[in-house]
Write a protein that binds this ligand. Structure first.
Ligand SMILES: Cc1cc2nc3c(=O)[nH]c(=O)nc-3n(C[C@H](O)[C@H](O)[C@H](O)COP(=O)(O)OP(=O)(O)OC[C@H]3O[C@@H](n4cnc5c(N)ncnc54)[C@H](O)[C@@H]3O)c2cc1C
Length: 440
């Protein structure tokens, strides 16, 4: 009989949310997972599975039973001909990337970090950038999961198609994901070029930037005109990647954190800090070449609050200019850099923020220097109002104030997802506070 642990405290990566599950389980087999769900059913307990615990919101929190699949992390099959990999859902992408690399394979796209699980990233609609590429869930070929009743279900493009459309962005609400099959490609290197620009130049030449670089994104430094353009493209050039502790850590982290902390007492310093750091770190061209996962991933050093809504790509210009104008009209409001703008192709995943729309994600952040909260309410509200006005849909893992009524309007197939969920989990075993707001 699988044993649950009492007294476990769960905290997300940013330490912005946490919970005290009644029992915490680390099962080692599918049979043990079934035992846990049987027990939960008998005792009317809620269940939440966590992956890497990286979601900045409370989506992974529970005071019921928490399941961590870190002991179920084996690679089950690598099909070299189809370039597909099947693995247990507890595998971290850091391990997967290395294993694929050894077999001459790689994922086509990755988010900023890999200390996360595939089940977790498709739980929340994690994305990177590249207008030819969908959110990461579009790389899923097949899934198996255990429903609340203990039944194991499989879905793929050709098997349970409707379920597949739902399960590739599941919110942890359909069951326990057991295995994931991902489409890969032959391993490749990326050439990253980062160069300085202005917001006006990027917006005026957006189509050209999108055409020039497969994985184009840009950073805008609020309270200034400055922008940093990032191109990442396939290359045969040899690896050349020289990181520099002084610039990356001493300046880019320790000095910045200290200055941001000072600015919590003197908020009018923030625009100067942005200009200073742009000049110091982003005002000349930088280049490097490395294997794809080492370029896609970067070290996120700061604990922070984030919002990241997707809006139709054609609305991006108006939306970002409106945010800029609002900040200029409200000089007392502080917005930390960067506003990161990324792109994703439309898809048919029922709850994907890119559902049927080529989209642009505008990610805003507020750092917490030395753990200190910086007031963000007015900035957050203004951003959210603008995103709503431009038909935005929030990232499921990050902050937002949306409720069931909003989601009904935002997602044409919301009801379809709800019907699938209610059929698979009629008693709401996999719900938590976050999901109650989404579904009721
Ligand atoms: C430093 C950092 C960088 C980030 N970069 C990006 C980025 O570039 N792009 C982006 O879009 N997002 C980004 N995020 C957000 C992150 O990708 C998502 O929050 C992602 O869901 C985290 O995966 P995880 O494995 O930690 O999942 P968790 O946070 O543990 O869980 C997420 C959801 O999946 C569910 N879940 C997990 N495993 C299972 C399972 N086996 N069965 C059923 N349900 C399950 C959980 O219940 C929960 O609902 C970042 C977050 C951080 C902290």
């Amino acid at each position: 009989m699988v044993q649950g642990r009492e007294g476990y405290r769960f905290k997300n990566w940013a330490t912005t949310f946490g919970s005290y599950p009644e029992l915490y389980f680390e099962p080692t087999s599918v049979e043990e997972i079934r035992e846990i769900l049987d027990l939960a059913r008998q005792r009317s307990k809620k269940v939440k599975v966590i992956g890497g615990g990286h979601s900045p919101s409370d989506i992974a929190c529970t005071d019921g039973y928490m399941i961590q699949l870190n002991k179920m992390n084996r690679i089950l099959k690598i099909d070299k001909e189809k370039r597909q990999v099947t693995f247990e859902a507890g595998l971290l992408l850091t391990q997967l990337n290395e294993e694929l690399f050894r077999h001459g394979l790689a994922l086509t796209n990755l988010g900023a970090v890999s200390d996360v699980t595939a089940a977790g990233i498709i739980g929340t609609g994690t994305h990177n950038t590249g207008i030819q590429h969908g959110i990461l869930g579009t790389q899923v070929v097949a899934l198996t999961f255990m429903t609340a009743s203990g039944e194991i279900m499989e879905c793929a493009d050709t098997v349970n198609k409707e379920l597949f459309q739902a399960a590739r962005l599941h919110l942890g609400s359909l069951g326990v994901i057991l295995t994931v099959t991902l489409q890969c490609e032959t391993a490749f290197r990326l050439h990253e070029q980062i160069f300085p620009s202005t917001l006006k130049e990027v917006l005026d030449n957006l189509d050209s930037h999108l055409k020039k670089s497969e994985y184009f994104r840009f950073l805008w430094f609020p309270h200034t005109e400055n922008a940093s353009v990032i191109y990442q493209d396939r290359t045969d050039k040899p690896i050349s990647d020289t990181s520099n502790w002084f610039w990356d850590y001493a300046v880019g982290y320790y000095l910045l954190e200290f200055l941001l902390w000072i600015s919590t007492f003197l908020p009018r310093l923030v625009p100067c800090i942005h200009r200073f750091f742009f000049w110091l770190l982003y005002s000349s061209k930088m280049e490097r070449v490395n294997c794809s996962h080492k370029i896609f991933n970067y070290e996120c050093r700061f604990k922070q609050y984030v919002q990241d809504w997707a809006i139709p790509i054609g609305k991006m210009r108006e939306a970002i200019l409106e945010l800029k104008a609002w900040l200029e009209e409200n000089p007392k409001v502080v917005a930390h850099f960067p506003v990161e703008v990324r792109f994703a192709r439309s898809d048919d995943i029922l709850l994907s923020p890119c559902y049927q729309k080529d989209s642009c994600y505008m990610n805003i952040i507020m750092y917490r220097p030395y753990g200190k909260d910086v007031p963000r309410e007015r900035y957050w509200l203004a951003y959210e109002d603008i995103m709503r006005k431009y038909e935005g849909r929030p990232h499921w893992a990050k902050a937002h104030a949306c409720t069931n009524r909003d989601f009904q309007k935002m997602y044409p197939s919301f009801q379809k997802f709800c019907s699938i969920r209610e059929e698979l989990d009629p008693t709401g075993m996999f719900l938590n506070t976050y999901l109650e707001k989404v579904f009721y």
